[in-house]
Write a protein that binds this ligand. Structure first.
Ligand SMILES: Nc1ncnc2c1ncn2[C@@H]1O[C@H](COP(=O)(O)OP(=O)(O)OP(=O)(O)O)[C@@H](O)[C@H]1O
Ligand SMILES: CC(C)(CO)[C@@H](O)C(=O)[O-]
Ligand code: BAL
Length: 282
């Protein structure tokens, strides 16, 4: 595996692959890799001849008081995992390499970026869209792989790619879970043993909401309220729990058939997110 921290080296590697006619896939990450990330790599390898991965804890997507400094950085272990997985190129840029010292341009996907996680983390999705746009311009992959665990992020990136005519196909990858149902996430590492016992209840609340939708007995806001109470009683501080339309992530009503239930909740100092898709089409 080639490892580099410079944009020029990435461009040169990609140019060589292109000249050989290779199809190129890209997987952006913030490191502290787990099996969820490796699933993205595996899917990328199935669809491309060459796979590039980035590890970059992007400061512009963290708000004041969030965990940018504390975010787990495990470079040596991550490199080993990616090498073992047969990744071709690892890009590990510094903040200076990505942003220089005078960056003035921000990519902002309006409306979508202010809902849900964007409402609690102002500016977060501008940081995500900007850095992903930059990575796509640096690597110029044929396909980019993103996890469905970060469902709103996936929607923001897809909208950006479409609106800005970026020539890349974005492929979603299903959420990898513990046997308890807990979605794998680097931030699970912040949880205490007691919190780890409670954390799967977030997914259980999503499953209960899905079952409630499919049974069709209650309105969506009643299901949302029940989930919030269930999570509070379990020890979470819920941020949002919302039955949405997949297309624009706005609140769903009974006519909508392609739904996603989105949730975020704090457990101690850890903010967890998860979601579940539901189709009510007959
Ligand atoms: N459990 C998972 N299953 C599938 N993909 C995942 C999973 N967790 C993260 N990903 C995807 O991996 C990519 C990189 O995510 P990131 O490095 O932020 O990991 P993370 O575990 O989500 O970290 P965090 O705890 O900060 O949210 C994203 O596209 C994300 O959706
Ligand atoms: C897409 C991403 C790598 C951008 O920094 C990050 O938000 C993540 O890891 O999900
Ligand atoms: N996986 C999402 C990145 C973030 O929370 O900043």
């Amino acid at each position: 595996m080639q490892v580099t921290d410079t944009i020029i080296n990435v461009r040169n590697a990609v140019k060589t692959w292109r000249m050989a006619g290779a199809r190129i896939a890209f997987v952006p990450t913030m490191g502290n890799l787990h099996i969820g990330h490796l699933k993205l790599v595996e899917e990328a390898q199935k669809s491309a001849d060459r796979v590039a991965v980035s590890i970059f804890v992007n400061p512009t997507q963290f708000g004041v008081g969030e965990d940018f400094e504390a975010y787990p950085r495990t470079e040596a272990e991550d490199k080993q995992k990616l090498d073992d997985a047969g990744v071709d190129l690892l890009f590990l840029p510094s903040v200076g390499e990505m942003y220089g010292n005078d960056a003035k341009t921000v990519v902002s996907v309006k409306n979508l970026s202010n809902l849900h996680c964007g409402a609690s983390r102002p500016g977060h999705f501008d940081g995500v869209a900007t850095v992903v746009c930059k990575f796509l311009n640096i690597v110029q992959p044929d396909i980019g792989f993103l996890g469905q665990k970060d469902f709103q992020q996936l929607a923001v990136i897809r909208k950006m790619v479409n609106d800005l005519n970026i020539p890349v196909e974005i492929r979603p990858v299903e959420t990898v879970r513990e046997s308890s149902g807990l979605a794998l996430s680097s931030r699970n590492g912040y949880l205490s043993p007691e919190e780890l016992r409670v954390a799967p209840k977030l997914y259980q609340a999503l499953c209960a909401a899905r079952d409630g939708i499919l049974m069709g007995k209650k309105g969506y806001s009643a299901l949302e309220d029940e989930a919030v109470i269930y999570l509070q009683e379990a020890g979470f501080v819920p941020d949002y729990f919302s039955v949405c339309r997949v297309g624009d992530l706005l609140k769903a009503d009974k006519q909508d058939t392609d739904l996603v239930v989105l949730a975020a909740a704090k457990l101690g100092r850890t903010r967890l997110i998860d979601n579940i898709r539901v189709s009510t089409a007959r």
